[in-house]
Ligand binder design. Structure first.
Ligand SMILES: [Zn+2]
Length: 225
């Protein structure tokens, strides 16, 4: 696993070169954003220890397998000391509810962990504000750090090669697009995230982008406006 300190409060944890999770520093420990594919448990716990704390919360951007993959194993290891938070609609999908027509794209592995909290837009997770960003999945959510306006944007954007919206194929990283549920909503969410005027953009797949406004504008234009 590669550990990249992005800011004082944000550390990027990258497995298999392309799959990111994040540690967000809070006064009471770390919030782990996403859990990658399976097999990351010890790496994530060690990364938090190395950064001087423990994981007190696990918040998911969405329910896809490359974001919830290590959730059950982390929960088994951390037990009641960790709170699990998942966007409402994706939590309902994982609970077996049919909330959209037809088959959802992307991988939805069976989870034994039931989230403690179903997140809604405007909810707070420590210093993070939950921002609705549906499209990649029905409940897909981003997290805005209100301390410095860093934006953890999940899979609405990727930043492998250049920043791109996941509503259309991009040869450098087509996988997130293949898993995207509603391309129009995804683009709408990209615009909404841009309008937050973040100082930093981090995503599920790809590196951090500082002062990302222009790059997000460009990505939205090449995504069809
Ligand atoms: Zn995804």
């Amino acid at each position: 696993m590669r550990t990249t300190v992005v800011t004082d409060t944000l550390t990027q944890l990258t497995r298999l070169r392309f799959v990111n999770a994040y540690l967000v520093r809070e006064d009471d420990g770390f919030t782990l954003i996403d859990t990658g594919i399976s097999g990351g448990t010890d790496d994530y716990i060690r990364a938090a220890e190395a950064a001087g704390g423990v994981i007190t919360r696990i918040a998911l951007t969405h329910g896809h397998g490359d974001h919830v993959g290590s959730l059950d194993a982390l929960k088994a290891k951390l037990g009641d000391s960790v709170q699990v938070l998942m966007p409402e609609l994706d939590a309902r999908i994982h609970a077996g509810e049919q909330i959209v027509e037809g088959k959802l794209p992307g991988s939805w592995p069976k989870l034994t962990t039931t989230p403690d909290v179903r997140l809604k837009p405007g909810d707070r997770v420590g210093s993070l504000e939950v921002v609705a960003a549906p499209g990649h999945t029905p409940g897909h959510s981003a997290f805005l750090d209100t301390r410095d306006r860093s934006l953890i944007a999940g899979d609405t954007f990727t930043t492998i090669g250049s920043p791109q919206v996941t509503n259309h194929y991009y040869w450098r990283f087509p996988f997130a697009t293949m898993a995207t549920w509603d391309r129009d909503k995804d683009l709408e969410s990209a615009r909404a995230l841009r309008a937050l005027d973040p100082t930093l953009l981090v995503v599920g797949h790809g590196g951090a982008v500082r002062q990302p406004g222009t790059a997000m504008d460009r990505a939205i234009v090449s995504a069809g406006g």
